[in-house]
Ligand binder design. Structure first.
Ligand code: PEP
Ligand code: MG
Length: 602
């Protein structure tokens, strides 16, 4: 039966494919595709873990048998018996084998997927006793996951498009757009939540689209999705419970709608929309080599936001004239699941920054120092589980200043990479004069340490992100110390409006066009221009064509965004006349309803 789930549109376009469900488990598990030749060893890992847990349970049973009823109640022996049965159940091992063999899921992913499949069956049982066995199954699986820790192969995200497996594909499926043609089936990812580190892992795959239950428009999961340039919907609340493995799903990333099990008519309609989107992209691609100059001759820098050095390939392809934001924290995240050292050392970071600089072939690269915390935890655990109010807690520069050794390591690595090209060093989330002073002192210390060992390094322009209203209201302080400012509108909106950017429950109040937000953005641009300092916007607002004319009218000439957004913004720039936009932009700033004023002609 066809039904629709509504969420927030975060990355444009239409995706049609089979659902791959990624379930969250209480244990942080990695999700990645294995290579076909690794299937046997992956199944072996599961078997070894199962045997180890069976031994563990047997020992427990033996101990219980030796105890008297006062030490070990009768129920305990019965419970261990149930755990043994669940462990040996064919439904568990058969299912896990299927996900590994036919889908090339890694063992942990296969195990949690099968857990979810069986758990749903338990949920539907009439008998209360049997329904409650779900918790036992979860415990058994968690024991296995613990056993498997440390035995994974190095993460190797591989063929994301699976060949249709004869065993689980219905060739007569009237919904199947690829039925009978023998080609690979596109897959779409459905999850309750994905950590940014998980997203990064999936970025290397080619999922056709994805949906999460939670998240706001500028949550970091949404941001990585946008950088993957695939249609995505977040904040879809119950999608991961309603969609089943293998369901056909349409993701409408323009409208924020997910259509499950679509009828042939709906499929045809969306197939048409998808082709229209491809045509539009083709038209925009012609602008790639055109300089971004307005009708009145103003040159505009369109820069790329990247998460990994390898993203520079996409940045160049999209015609970026530099990197305006390298979110360096992605080098630090998800390392536990990959069995790497907790933090990358100086050499590893230096090599990564150097690759980014060299990748941009002489164009400037702005490296933002580590910004973990809030919805970007270092490992899979959500900061929400550990901190009262993570968005207001120890994140970004606060985190760096709390761990000077880690920060100095990063600063030394960036300075060394600056010997290979133009690097701008950008500091996130500053608000206080003391933070500025401490940061400057640590930059000096990093240079002194490099001098002491006669290491080669380059000089960087220094920039601060304006992400906290307190910073936007004390620009003079910032401009005394920094060469340029970069406005992080994602956080500036969050902190100005007191709206958690990752919380879908208040997503409707997250308003980039709020007059208070526009006022802070406008004042920052104006003050930088007055003082002859560089200024750019690197939050999502820069890549949203709704705001291109406004930002140009306010005097902005440097926009940093996902490479996938550059061509659409360039089209707006090419059509703009800044000599007329300035007065119009002032009108928008003063309007009671700026969102409406933005739609008015210039
Ligand atoms: C921002 O806050 O606008 C920004 C660019 O930083 P991030 O999205 O990584 O917090
Ligand atoms: Mg930010």
């Amino acid at each position: 039966m066809t039904f629709a789930v509504h969420g927030l549109p975060v990355a444009r376009g239409i995706a049609i494919g089979r659902a791959v469900l990624v379930v969250s488990s209480r244990i942080d598990v990695a999700h990645y595709f294995i290579k076909p030749e690794e299937v046997a060893s992956e199944i072996d890992r599961v078997r070894t873990a199962r045997n180890a847990v069976a031994d563990e349970l047997t020992k427990l049973q033996a101990n219980v048998a030796l105890m008297g009823p006062s030490e070990a109640p009768h129920e305990l022996a019965a419970l261990l018996e149930v755990h043994q049965m669940l462990l040996q159940d064919d439904a568990l091992s058969g299912g896990v084998k299927h996900w590994i063999t036919d889908r090339l899921y890694n063992a942990e992913w296969a195990l949690t997927t099968q857990l979810e499949v069986i758990a749903r069956q338990f949920d539907e049982m009439e008998d209360e006793y049997l329904r409650e066995r779900k918790a036992d199954l979860e415990q058994v699986v968690e024991r296995m996951l613990h056993r498997m820790k440390g035995t994974a192969a190095v993460l190797a995200p591989s063929p994301p498009r699976r060949k249709r497996a004869a065993t689980n594909h219905d060739d007569d499926d009237p919904h199947d757009p690829t039925a009978g043609d023998g080609v690979d089936v596109p897959l779409v990812l459905i999850a309750h939540d994905l950590s940014p580190a998980d997203m990064l892992q999936f970025k290397k795959s080619v999922f056709a689209g994805f949906v999460t239950d939670v998240g706001g428009r500028t949550s970091h999961t949404a941001i990585v999705a946008r950088s993957m340039d695939i249609p995505a919907v977040v904040g879809a609340r119950t999608a991961s419970q309603l969609v089943r493995q293998d369901d056909w799903v349409i993701i409408d990333g323009d409208a924020g709608v997910v259509i499950v099990d679509p009828s042939p008519i709906i499929l045809a309609e969306y197939g048409f929309k998808q082709r229209q989107g491809d045509l539009e992209r083709g038209r925009l691609a012609r602008l790639r080599h055109k300089p971004a100059i307005t009708l009145d001759g103003e040159r505009v820098d369109l820069l790329a936001n990247i998460e990994m050095p390898e993203d520079t390939v996409g940045a160049l392809k999209a015609g970026a004239v530099g990197v305006g934001l390298f979110r360096s924290e992605f080098l630090f995240m998800g390392r536990e699941a990959q069995q790497l050292a907790r933090l990358p050392d100086e050499e590893e970071q230096y090599q990564a920054y150097r690759r980014a600089v060299e990748g941009m072939q002489g164009m400037p690269v702005t490296i933002r120092t580590i910004d973990v915390g809030a919805d970007k935890p270092l490992d899979g655990k959500s900061a929400r589980q550990e901190h009262l109010n993570p968005a207001l807690g120890l994140r970004a520069i606060r985190w760096s200043l709390a761990d000077p050794a880690m920060f100095l390591t990063q600063l030394r690595a960036i300075l060394r990479a600056a010997a290979h090209g133009e690097i701008h060093l950008l500091i996130p989330m500053l608000a206080h004069a003391t933070e500025i002073r401490q940061t400057m002192a640590l930059i000096d210390t990093a240079k002194a340490e490099l001098d002491a060992r006669s290491a080669v390094y380059g000089q960087c322009k220094l920039g601060a992100m304006i992400e906290i209203p307190a910073a936007a209201l004390t620009l003079r302080l910032f401009l005394q110390h920094f060469d340029f400012l970069s406005i992080g509108t994602n956080d500036l909106i969050q902190y100005t409006l007191a709206i958690d950017r990752a919380d879908e429950a208040v997503a409707h109040l997250y308003d980039p066009a709020h007059p208070a937000v526009l006022r802070l953005v406008a004042d920052t641009i104006a003050e930088c221009r007055r003082q002859g300092k560089g200024v750019s916007v690197c939050g999502e607002m820069a890549g949203d064509i709704t705001f291109t004319r406004l930002l140009l009218g306010l005097g902005l000439r440097s926009f940093s965004m996902h490479p996938s957004q550059i061509l659409a913004v360039k089209q707006e720039v090419l059509r703009a006349d800044t000599s007329k936009l300035a007065a119009w932009a002032q009108g928008v700033l003063e309007a009671d309803d700026p969102a409406f004023a933005l739609t008015l002609p210039v």
